[in-house]
Design a protein. Structure first.
Lengths: 297, 235
């Protein structure tokens, strides 16, 4: 066992962690603002990956253009999905509905939606796997350590996105309004904030984050219509692990799970998922609020 | 008429709380709304602010019908509410809370100037602009709820128990603040359980009883004792 391999596993783990973190940021934003636990979030990740594949690989558009188009398509899809489904779920929430009730109601709706969306993806794109030629095929070699630029770029882009989000939430009016609605939607209505508009904007932003995660993973793994249903449960697990209310917790949990997966899979194979589950159970029992969060009522 | 409520029926959790409230409010007054617990005072505020939809009846503000408008549109018309129970954005700083109060306004320079004026009324908040509002004392939080509601530059301010849980010294301070706000030209409707505070300020008093306005009186007409009897003993 040499240090080179360990370092490569480390970078791989971080890049997987970065994908989880982006997904969980989206999930958390949507839960905290609208109260909706969105199991269809994984399908947004699939839509992001496939849209990017289609624009970049099939239509052969310029990379930057394909990225922008993917973001726009994600905004549209999520807007339609919110208005068609979650708007009606959200309308049933009252100011004093506990999060656990909201979670149950929205989980039902979103699991149904998850099934519908994953069928749509199969119908539209077929069941065969798709690959995207890497746009960053370079491999950096530092004293024997091989670092694929793609993996590094995922980590860097995730850090960049976290920075942009932080600026958005603390430096812009819309971002602050999202925070306000997530703390007290009744009080924010009394401030003149159009909460319906904030709900849809939060849902779209959260879904765009999932789409970007899909876009980033597209050149690394083959695309397959089932990838959403696989990752959503991991993402939910990471979220519970880090605490629903804590973005910081999501970062720690994402990195922990990413690394555990990377090293675990290498050393003990598929059983590593069982260990992950055990880890989460231990957390649920002894620290139900996750790393930093408060417990779900 | 400045604010006119006509035969307002409002249900809350499938219970008819307001059963035909009618009242008229003139510009410039401090109006105090009294009534026993559960008589529907806060429900009435929620209906005026567009949080609850009336089952029947109409609300006019400056001759415009507002009972079909959404909450944010009502704020835009010039009605602000400081809700009961210190409903601040507790994760946000004092400054950010005030910014949210001015959410619908775009005139940056004027907002800044107004904030300065408002801070003159609440000197205790000026020193704490960067403090997370959840870390303020109870009294400071109560002040911030009022200050925040002023940031939308309202013409009509609904104050729901602004002195709840405050020490007597602070209650006097709140009374002075309310008087000051009113003197700057803002019409006020006040829900207050503290009769000394409420009746000390009132130009007009409305008593809500069994879902309707049972009494309307000039603020100076009846003594505290009579009001207390009326409300709590049904006399």
């Amino acid at each position: 066992m040499d240090g080179t391999l360990l370092f490569q596993l480390f970078v791989n783990g971080l890049s997987i962690g970065a994908i989880y973190i982006l997904l969980v940021f989206g999930l958390q934003l949507i839960i905290r603002t609208t109260g909706i636990v969105n199991f269809a979030h994984g399908e947004m990740y699939v839509f992001g990956a496939y849209t990017f594949w289609f624009t970049y690989s099939v239509l052969d558009l310029h990379l930057g253009f394909a990225v922008i188009l993917t973001v726009i398509v994600m905004a549209i899809i999520s807007g339609v999905v919110y208005r068609a489904v979650f708007h009606y779920v959200q309308a049933r929430f009252k100011a004093d509905t506990p999060l656990s009730d909201k979670a149950l109601m929205s989980a039902m709706a979103s699991i149904g939606l998850m099934m519908v969306l994953s069928r749509i993806i199969v119908l539209y794109f077929g069941t065969d796997q798709k690959g995207i030629p890497s746009f960053l095929p370079q491999v950096f070699v530092f004293s024997g350590i091989r670092l694929p630029a793609e993996r590094l770029s995922i980590i860097l882009i995730a850090v960049l996105i976290a920075g942009i989000l932080s600026f958005f939430f603390f430096g812009t009016k819309l971002g602050k309004a999202m925070r306000a609605v997530s703390t007290d939607s009744l009080a924010s209505k009394l401030m003149g904030i159009n909460s319906d508009r904030i709900f849809i904007a939060s849902f779209a932003l959260g879904s765009i984050l999932a789409g970007v995660a899909g876009l980033l993973i597209a050149p690394v793994f083959a695309l397959d219509p089932a990838m959403g249903t696989e990752i959503i449960f991991m993402a939910m697990l990471v979220m519970v692990f880090g605490g629903i209310n804590s973005y910081k917790g999501a970062v720690y949990a994402g990195i922990t799970v990413g690394l555990a997966e990377s090293f675990g899979y290498y050393f003990i194979g598929i059983i590593s998922h069982v260990l992950l589950f055990v880890m989460v159970m231990v957390f649920l029992i002894f620290r139900p609020g996750g790393f930093f969060g408060e417990a779900l009522e | 008429m400045f604010l006119s409520i006509k035969n307002l029926h409002v249900n809350y959790e499938s219970l008819e709380v307001l059963k035909g409230v009618s009242l008229d409010i003139e510009k410039g007054d401090i109006n105090v709304l009294l009534g026993a617990n559960g008589s529907g005072k806060s429900t009435m505020f929620k209906a005026i602010s567009g949080i609850l939809r009336p089952a029947k009846g109409e609300i006019f503000f400056q001759d415009t019908k507002i009972n079909k408008l959404q909450a944010h549109a009502i704020v835009k018309k010039g009605i602000a509410q400081a809700p009961e129970g210190k409903r601040l954005f507790i994760d946000m700083t004092v400054e950010e809370n005030l910014e949210m109060g001015a959410y619908l306004r775009t005139d940056k320079r004027e907002i800044e100037a107004d904030r300065e004026d408002i801070m003159d009324r609440f000197p205790v908040l000026r020193k704490k602009l960067k403090v997370i509002s959840g870390n303020l004392s109870g009294g400071e939080q109560q002040m911030l709820v009022i200050a925040r509601s002023l940031m939308s530059k309202p013409q009509l301010l609904l104050l729901d128990e602004p002195a709840q849980g405050l020490s007597p010294v602070l209650v006097d301070e709140v009374a002075d603040i309310i008087t000051g706000i009113n003197q700057s030209g803002i019409t006020i409707i006040l829900i207050e359980h503290n009769l000394r505070l409420g009746l000390g300020l009132a130009h007009w008093v409305f008593v809500l009883e069994s879902g309707v306005i049972a009494t309307k009186a000039k603020g100076t007409d009846m003594s505290e004792v009579e009001y207390a009897k009326k409300i709590y003993l049904g006399g």
